[in-house]
Design a protein around this ligand. Structure first.
Ligand code: C6P
Length: 406
């Protein structure tokens, strides 16, 4: 039994008011709220364990190291990676993609090689590849999307060719909610020995992910969309690839031996974790994973699907409202435009009613170009949202209608 009220009680911020109204937080794709257990795990780290890791023989340093490395094991289990050294902590999904583009990309690509992304990618999965293409002479190719916001039929198969070296694709689109057929894309890419990077930023809060079963080569996500802290994220990479990749950044902890003549690098995963990491963030991420698993990803997905279906039903009845992204089986995102009202005005009026949504291009400008809109309004649902909050969203949209359209 999914007890949403009990879950809401675990999130202190949900008790607050905005402009004298109860907060209705529907901006979860931007960042989700944090349960008390995550906040307390970070507090506990600073109150009881705080020390630098991998460096000290003293008790605090050893306990902090255990907490940090214990969280790595949790991430390994969470993604079902084969080995803990395949889990690298980064600042977030963005840094993880940049790490792969710099380290794998610059060491592997030559002029004329192709990188394939889709038209629905977040800028974090476009710009690092454009920078890589500029540096190496590789060429960026784009899988188009159709009117519903799905990858155009047959486009992946026709674009993948022996020049394709990497396919970078989002598992779930942040602007549309589309869930991509990533297993099939991986199969096609591997036929030409291309590697596949999956952007899991919007996937991990909503579905169980098994990187071993998927056989993806790289997988990235951010902690803060998974009820965890900001400033912490994960790169999963197959060991065989990570072993061959040069370090991304130099500094402490990533070395084995340093002399002015020659420096040798530490083993995985530390080779890619230069400097003192966000230790409290890693500990908080471990607590977030515990929290999500205690609720259960299947139960979370079922709850969010019900909310999305209910919201979609209301959206379809709302005059002048157009849903952007209509592929069946979407994950938790309702993007829309309202005829005659700029999305930013929608966002401002909704805020005055206590309803938080995101308006803008969602760091996916090519998606906006595709639909010929400057921006959309986006409501995104999390495990603690309720049908009453969906009603509050549409009640506030009626207010927008009154102010702008009547
Ligand atoms: N999308 C949104 O409101 P970072 O900023 O590194 O934590 O995540 C980047 C990122 C990468 N891929 C996808 C699919 C994403 O959705 C995001 C972040 C937020 O949609 C903030 S722009």
């Amino acid at each position: 039994m999914f007890d949403v009220q009990a879950l809401r009680n675990a999130f202190p911020i949900l008790k607050r008011e905005v402009h004298g109204r109860p907060l209705v937080y529907l901006d979860n794709a931007a960042t989700s709220q944090k349960p008390r257990s995550v906040i307390e795990a970070e507090c506990h780290y600073y109150e009881v364990l705080n020390a630098n890791i991998h460096r000290g023989v003293h008790t605090l340093s050893q306990e902090a190291t255990d907490a940090f490395e214990g969280a790595r094991d949790k991430v390994r289990d969470f993604l079902n990676a084969r080995r803990r050294e395949e889990i690298i902590f980064t600042r977030g999904a963005t840094e993880a993609i940049n790490l792969v583009a710099h380290s794998w990309g610059r060491s592997q690509l030559k002029p004329g090689d192709e990188i394939l992304v889709s038209e629905m990618e977040h800028h974090a999965n476009i710009v690092p590849w454009q920078m890589l293409c500029e540096a190496t002479g590789a060429v960026l190719k784009v899988i188009p999307i159709d009117e519903r916001g799905a990858l155009a039929a047959g486009a992946v198969a026709s674009l993948i060719n022996p020049r394709t070296k990497l396919v970078g694709i989002t598992q779930v689109s942040n602007a549309l909610g589309t869930v991509n057929p990533v297993a099939e894309i991986i199969r096609l890419a591997h036929q030409v020995d291309a590697v596949v990077l999956l952007d899991g930023a919007q996937a991990v809060p909503h579905m169980a992910v098994d990187v071993t079963a998927l056989d993806c080569d790289f997988y990235v996500f951010s902690g803060h969309k998974l009820y965890g802290p900001t400033g912490i994220g994960v790169l999963y990479g197959k060991r065989s690839l990570l072993e061959k990749m040069p370090p991304y950044q130099g500094g402490g902890d990533m070395i084995s031996q340093v002399t002015f003549q020659k420096t040798t690098y530490n083993q995985l995963p530390y080779k890619f974790e230069a400097g003192t990491p966000h230790i409290a963030g890693v500990v908080g991420l471990g607590a977030a994973i515990d929290f999500v698993l205690s609720v259960g990803l299947e139960a979370i997905a079922a709850h969010e699907d019900r909310l999305l279906a209910y919201a979609t039903q209301q959206a379809e009845r709302f005059e002048g409202l157009k849903i952007i992204g209509t592929v069946p089986g979407k994950a938790s995102i309702l993007s829309f435009v309202l005829k005659g009202v700029h999305p930013h005005d929608i966002g401002t009026i909704l805020d005055s009613e206590g309803v938080a949504i995101r308006t803008g291009h969602h760091c996916a400008m090519p998606v906006m170009d595709h639909y010929g809109v400057p921006a959309t309004a986006r409501a995104s649902f999390a495990l603690y949202n309720t049908a009453e909050e969906v009603d509050a969203l549409f009640g506030a949209l009626r207010r927008v209608e009154e102010l702008f359209l009547k």
